[in-house]
Design a binder for this molecule. Structure first.
Ligand SMILES: [Zn+2]
Length: 136
């Protein structure tokens, strides 16, 4: 869980899943092809991260719903006139955390398909092991 939140490689848990700062618009989804530490490929197939949109949607609806609820409860004590105002404040907060939530949804998606070291090798890794220089 900690490594998912810190956006680390699912195999070595040391390499970063993303290059560059999250809040730099040019680097929001700047993902290397493979881990800098262990060479684990991050793109398992073409269009692999389209599925992360479902995670992103669920994440934002879940977090947004909870934030709206707490703002509405803590500030306006469930006064129905302020529900829309709570939702607008939540929307602003979700926009602020958007770069991280996008990266987090990709991290969760990759970890979802990580089945352990034995079944997560690419063809490149199998060749390395055959030559005896893989070390995995
Ligand atoms: Zn790695």
């Amino acid at each position: 869980m900690r490594d998912i939140l810190l956006l680390k490689c699912p195999r070595c848990r040391e390499g970063n899943l993303f290059d560059g700062a999250a809040y730099n618009p040019k680097h929001i989804i700047n993902m290397p092809q493979q881990c800098h530490k262990c060479k684990q490929p991050f793109f398992l197939e073409p269009g692999f991260y389209y599925g992360a949109m479902y995670i992103s949607y669920a994440l934002n609806v879940g977090i947004g719903g909870m934030i709206t609820f707490f703002i509405w409860w803590l500030i306006w004590e469930f006064d129905i006139d302020y529900l829309v105002k709570s939702a607008f404040i939540t929307t602003g907060l979700l926009i602020l955390i958007f770069p991280y939530s996008l990266r987090l949804s990709r991290s969760m998606w990759l970890y979802l398909f990580y089945k352990g070291k034995a079944t997560f090798y690419s063809e490149h890794d199998k060749i390395d092991i055959g030559k005896g220089d893989g070390g995995y």
